[in-house]
Design a protein around this ligand. Sequence first.
Ligand code: KIV
Ligand code: NA
Length: 266
Amino acid sequence: QRRIRVPHLHQMKERGEKWAMLTAYDMYTAEIFDEAGIPVLLVGDSAGNNVYGFETTVPVTVDHLVPLTRAVTSAAKRAMVVADLPFGSYQASPQQALATATRFMKEGLAHAVKLEGGAAMVPEVELLVRAGIPVMGHIGFTPQSEHVLGGYKVQGRGAGADKLTDDALALEAAGCFAIVIEMVPSPAAEAVTRALRIPVVGIGAGPHCDAQVLVWQDMAGLRGGRAPRFVKKYADLRTALSDAATAYAADVAEGTFPASEHSFES
Ligand code: KIV
Ligand code: NA
């Protein structure tokens, strides 16, 4: 089975075929999602919230994400693996972005990187693409800027919709192979999707995007508490795991585990 590459994603847009992207941060999820046919896996800096226990993605570092990326790329046979460039690891200059992206490609074995920001990131995107690194953009709500944006808020309302399309077109012209658009009204995301030749991957951006992305712990119901509006829960792994742990502990307490079949009798 051949690896999913940039031209495959562009062909899917031409054919009007929608596809799903998921985050993955470890070997088993990468293996499972890859075998399920998910064409693109994202080692997101959402690992900050979903692996490392931070409240935001801001504290996430390159050292946090490179080993996770390597685990995911090593386990995924077919999926394209995209790694997030963490906050502070690419905004200083195109040179900084190239040095960071190079680490993800060399040490993380990533197939592509993703960075947040619109037209302002054009010099960074251009240098990475020139150097041979596929870049996915990310506009709309950009979690790394949440302290500037004032929290988790829908972006691109009203006049913001035109800015969104301008940013998306600038990223496409700079050479991005795809763009994530997060938490924007459906009509604004639809306008961006129509305006671009490259695939637009939505999260909280309505049904008209070329693709969708969700954080896997949200999609599979592993996280506790209330999920954002744009999440659909396809499983209840939290309950399943909690039940398993409870049953295991009870068996141990009662002395019914381990049984003879779990033991070396001689
Ligand atoms: O880090 C992440 O998981 C992301 C996706 C939600 C797009 O950036
Ligand atoms: Na991210």
